[in-house]
Design a protein around this ligand. Structure first.
Ligand SMILES: [Zn+2]
Length: 267
């Protein structure tokens, strides 16, 4: 399903792609805007979504460019209706590296809030109501959107940013796998509760879907981590045997298997 995407352009050498379902989201917001405000409403609604996702890209770039400083390869950033995903070839095991890479995403959102705030400051305190569609409203919604995006991603639900930060903090005190299991346990309890809360209190079905997605993404990442541990143990054992055989004058060397892709997201 992740394959159904359209490549847009490269940014800092990273391929930016959108999932085809993103176009449905754009059309949906265009339609909602059109119902409420005609073509003007449709235009502003779609512009808001595009700008909002530009902020999602900046959030992902925050993760990606920090990750590259730690030697992580980032081939692609994929945008989906539920958010963005940066594809990493690996996630560093050092808690400090994971902490900085993860915190860089929400930090970008908070910086954007600080940058946007002076632009909307007078509108916020104005007696006059701002028009439903227009630059002022778009900037206000964009500021609120960034504030929400930054705060929301800090929820400690692995593999969301907050969950990764939690894992990195736990990993300072215990084994990496155990820290992941702890973070995952919290996510397994919190994600379904948050999904229910999203439906019951907010009637936000897309948000509920996002939490369910996160629930399964956490499981998938943990299984991938376990598989890597087993693979690493297998190749360590294999290498040991090859070295032993070479010492005896028989056997051949070989290439270790290529690393699978890890997804840093969704956000
Ligand atoms: Zn993030």
């Amino acid at each position: 399903m992740l394959g159904w995407s359209i490549n847009l352009f490269r940014i800092f050498g990273i391929q930016l792609a959108v999932h085809v379902s993103f176009l449905l989201l754009l059309a949906y917001f265009g339609y909602e805007g059109w119902l409420e405000g005609g073509w003007l409403g449709a235009g502003w609604s779609m512009l808001l979504i595009v700008l909002f996702f530009a902020c999602v890209v900046m959030h992902e770039l925050g993760h990606s460019l920090t990750a590259r400083r730690y030697g992580v390869r980032v081939p692609r950033i994929l945008l989906m209706p539920i958010g963005g995903m940066a594809e990493f070839d690996r996630i560093p095991r050092q808690p400090r590296a994971e902490l900085l890479i993860t915190a860089a995403g929400p930090a970008v959102n908070f910086v954007l809030v600080v940058v946007l705030l002076p632009l909307i400051w007078s509108d916020l305190w104005s007696e006059q109501a701002v028009p439903r569609y227009g630059l002022e409203t778009t900037l206000i919604e964009l500021t609120a959107g960034n504030l929400l995006m930054g705060a929301f991603n800090l929820l400690p639900v692995f593999p969301m940013d907050g969950g990764r930060i939690l894992r990195a903090m736990l990993a300072r005190k215990m084994d990496y796998l155990k820290a992941t299991r702890r973070a995952l346990l919290i996510a397994r309890i919190a994600a379904p509760l948050l999904a229910l809360g999203a439906v019951y209190f907010l009637h936000a079905y897309l948000l509920a879907v996002l939490f369910l997605f996160i629930f399964f993404a956490g499981d998938a990442e943990y299984r991938q981590l376990l598989r890597r541990e087993q693979e690493a143990a297998y190749w360590a054992d294999w290498n040991r045997r090859v070295l032993l055989e070479q010492a005896k004058g028989v056997g051949q060397g070989g290439e270790p298997p290529p690393p699978p892709t890890v997804y840093h997201g969704p956000n």
